[in-house]
Structure formats: structure tokens, C-alpha cells
Write a protein that binds this ligand. Structure first.
Ligand code: PLP
Length: 408
């Protein structure tokens, strides 16, 4: 691959574009040709940003808050982030332990850039958010993918963690609630992982909590350092306003915790972007500090969609799914379709084949499980209108009904 891109650095040629971004682009291209695609690939809320948040941004512009801010974000935003962490987790995070970036994605990338040297290992439980392994690779590290099957609720066990740790391990990435499965770790499960981590002081933990407010099950809101305060200095919590407040385009995320990592993120940020947008930061303050009715209302809507979509998918022979604890995705088991033949005569052998078949036969766009390190599944986003979801499920059911078992 490097040979065909002689002018590019290996860190670029060894990674792939984000599969979710690529899928969204494919949908745009197909729509441009007139195809009526039902798009279930989208990883962002279909709701609009709350009005009071937009107003705060407009006021920031009018006030002239249109200049560089401190590298680590405005004091107001850092205060709002600290208040949120105190409110949600009872944590007292000092101001110097908070970094603000252009989305949680950027903060995670910078955290890896700040800590990973060539050959260092990062443990990534699968199914994983598509970006983790490539972010590790881009920073010269080695992703160590640990399969977490459905029978384990798609969660990392203490035993699997212990087996994956080596002297080269730098990080464990823990995403709760997770994308693509919605699986959330309970306090007891976090406690078991913490036991292992206490035995390995060279391992840091990045807990990606971007879906923390979008939860359907009680008792899954705890964060690792709440459960085991002795890990405080080596845990970096990453989060942001994108998903909770329908603010994906505003690009504000943050990292809180591990003070050496936060300082290094800020140092890198000072050379990379100076700071995130001043206007978006003002909007994020309003989101975090303002009324939270938007969150309650949208989570209620997601919950209704989750319940309905789980029911519709479970009614489809050949498919099954586990109801997610949080987030707005359903990770659907499609292994039952393998070995079946489409009306066009091709045989479904992989999740990619099934996703392609859905797109071609019924114009339903989903993302195949292998992109998340878990073949045999596909991901549906239910951050979309009820009618669209219902139509999508009808089409998926029709596509499955049209499959015939291959003669053995
Ligand atoms: N982490 C996970 C698990 C995600 O699913 C996403 C977005 O899809 C992000 C982080 C990035 O969020 P942000 O918009 O804050 O960069």
C-alpha cells in the first residue's frame, strides 16, 4: 500500500477512512442518483440543537466572543464540565485536569498521540467504535482487540482483560454505554475490571462516555473512578455535547482526569488548533448548565424507538438482537442469513454481503459488523424518525423473506 502512495506517511496509508463516514458518503452519492435510500447508518441525533443553546451562540457572537480562547477551553466551559462531572458522578475534578477539544474524537486522538510510542499496545474490546483501532494505528501503536461476545453482554470480563495485558499495554479503552451495542458496565463489572487494573499500574484507562446521558437501564451510570478512586490519576474520561444535546456539528468534546495526559493534550492542542471554536464553547456552556428537559424528552423518544425497533427486528426470522442499555444503536445478529441465497442468486456469506444485499434489494443502508470488529452483525441507528424506522424494518423483513436456504 505504501508503494502506491509514495508521497504519504505510513500513518495515513495504514489506516482506513472511518467506515461510518464512508457509509454516510455512499448514501449521499446514491441519493444524488435519485435512489430512495432509507438511511440507518447515521451516528447523530435527528433532533435539532435546543433553542437556548443556539441563542447562547448568537449572543457570544454579538458579545464579540469571537477570538482565540485559552488552549484548554474557556474557564466557563471548564467550570460547566466540572459541574456536570460532580452532578453525574459526584467527582471533584480540578480545573487543571480538564481539556477541551474539537469533539470527543479529537480529544481521544490527542490522548493517544500524547502517550503511545511505536509498538505500544492499546486494548480495545470488540465490538468497538470504528475509530479506536485506526486512531491507535495512526499513532504508531498496536490495537489489541479482545472479542466480547453477545453471551457476555458484549462486555469485557476481568479474565479477558488480565489475559490481554502485557508489559507494552498503555491503555484500556472502555466505552460505556457502547457504540455499536449500547452495552453498559454495571458498578460490579467496573469493580471487577478495577481489581485487575490495580495489579497493573502501567495501564491507563480511557473511558469514553459520550452516550452517558442516553441510558435506558437504571444502575449503569457509574464511572470507573467512582467505583475505584485509587485509579483516579490514570483514568481519562472523555465526553462531549454531540450526542446528548444534538450538537454533532458544533464540535465540542472534553477529557477529564489523568493530569499528565490532560497537560500533554493541551500542549499538542496548542500546536494543532490553538483552541476549539469560541462560539461553540459558549453554546456548550448553555447546554451543560441550562435546562435539561431536552435530554429527558429525547431519551424518552429514543427509548420508545428502541423498544419498537427491537420488537420489529426480533419478529424477523433469521435476525435477532439484544436490547441496548444506552445509546441509539441496535447491533443485529444476521448470522442466521448466512448460507441463504438472494433472488439474484448470490449467496450471503458475511455481514458485508448482507448489508450490500439490503442496500441493493431494499435500499436500506446499515453498517456491517466487521467494521466494529464483530462479524456476523450489522448496526442500525434508531436516531431517526419513527416512520423511517418502521419503513426500514418492513424492508428488512421483506429482504429476509426473499432469501432461500441454499441446498446443502
Ligand atoms: N465516541 C463514540 C463511541 C462515538 O460513537 C462518537 C461518535 O460517533 C464519538 C466518540 C465522537 O464524538 P464527538 O462528536 O464528540 O467527536
Amino acid at each position: 500500500m505504501t508503494a502506491t502512495h509514495p508521497g504519504l506517511a505510513q500513518r495515513v496509508t495504514r489506516i482506513q477512512p472511518s467506515p461510518s463516514t464512508a457509509a454516510a458518503q455512499r448514501v449521499r452519492e446514491l441519493r444524488a442518483t435519485g435512489a430512495r435510500i432509507v438511511d440507518l447508518t447515521v451516528g447523530e441525533p435527528d433532533f435539532d440543537t435546543p433553542e437556548h443553546v443556539k441563542t447562547a451562540a448568537v449572543e457570544a457572537i454579538r458579545r464579540g466572543d469571537t477570538k482565540y480562547t485559552p488552549v484548554n477551553g474557556t474557564p466557563e466551559l471548564r467550570r460547566a464540565i466540572a459541574a456536570k462531572l460532580a452532578r453525574r458522578h459526584g467527582l471533584a475534578v480540578p480545573d487543571a485536569h480538564i481539556a477541551v477539544g474539537g469533539g470527543a474524537k479529537q480529544v481521544i486522538f490527542l490522548a493517544l498521540m500524547a502517550t503511545v510510542n511505536r509498538g505500544d499496545e492499546v486494548i480495545v474490546p470488540a465490538p468497538y467504535w470504528v475509530s479506536y483501532p485506526d486512531m491507535v494505528l495512526a499513532n504508531d501503536g498496536t490495537p489489541v482487540v479482545v472479542a466480547c461476545p453477545a453471551e457476555q453482554g458484549f462486555k469485557l470480563t476481568a479474565g479477558a482483560l488480565r489475559a490481554a495485558i502485557t508489559s507494552r499495554t498503555r491503555w484500556l479503552v472502555l466505552n460505556t454505554p457502547g457504540n455499536p451495542t449500547g452495552a453498559s458496565y454495571t458498578a460490579a463489572e467496573l469493580g471487577e475490571l478495577a481489581e485487575v487494573l490495580l495489579d497493573h499500574p502501567h495501564v491507563r484507562v480511557l473511558t469514553d462516555e459520550i452516550y452517558d446521558e442516553i441510558r435506558y437501564e437504571p444502575g449503569t451510570a457509574r464511572t470507573l473512578v467512582q467505583v475505584e478512586p485509587r485509579l483516579t490519576d490514570r483514568v481519562l474520561i472523555t465526553n462531549g455535547v454531540s450526542k446528548t444535546y444534538a450538537m454533532t456539528g458544533w464540535r465540542i468534546g472534553y477529557g477529564a482526569g489523568a493530569p499528565d495526559v490532560v497537560a500533554a493534550i493541551n500542549k499538542l492542542q496548542s500546536q494543532i488548533s490553538s483552541c476549539p471554536s469560541s462560539i461553540s464553547q459558549a453554546a456548550a456552556v448553555a447546554a451543560l448548565d441550562g435546562p435539561q428537559d431536552f435530554v429527558d424528552e429525547t431519551v424518552a423518544a429514543y427509548r420508545a424507538r428502541r423498544d419498537e425497533t427491537v420488537k420489529l427486528i426480533d419478529d424477523v426470522p433469521l435476525l435477532s438482537c439484544t436490547p441496548p442499555d444506552g445509546g441509539f444503536y441496535l447491533f443485529v445478529d444476521c448470522a442466521g442469513t448466512f448460507g441463504h441465497r438472494t433472488p439474484e442468486g448470490t449467496t450471503i456469506r458475511t455481514d458485508a454481503d448482507f448489508a450490500r444485499y439490503l442496500l441493493e434489494a431494499e435500499q436500506v443502508a446499515v453498517i456491517h459488523g466487521e467494521a466494529y470488529g464483530s462479524p456476523g452483525y450489522f448496526r442500525i441507528s434508531f436516531a431517526t424518525a419513527d416512520a423511517v424506522l418502521a419503513e426500514a424494518c418492513t424492508r428488512i423483513a421483506r429482504a429476509c423473506a426473499a432469501l432461500t436456504q441454499e441446498p446443502s
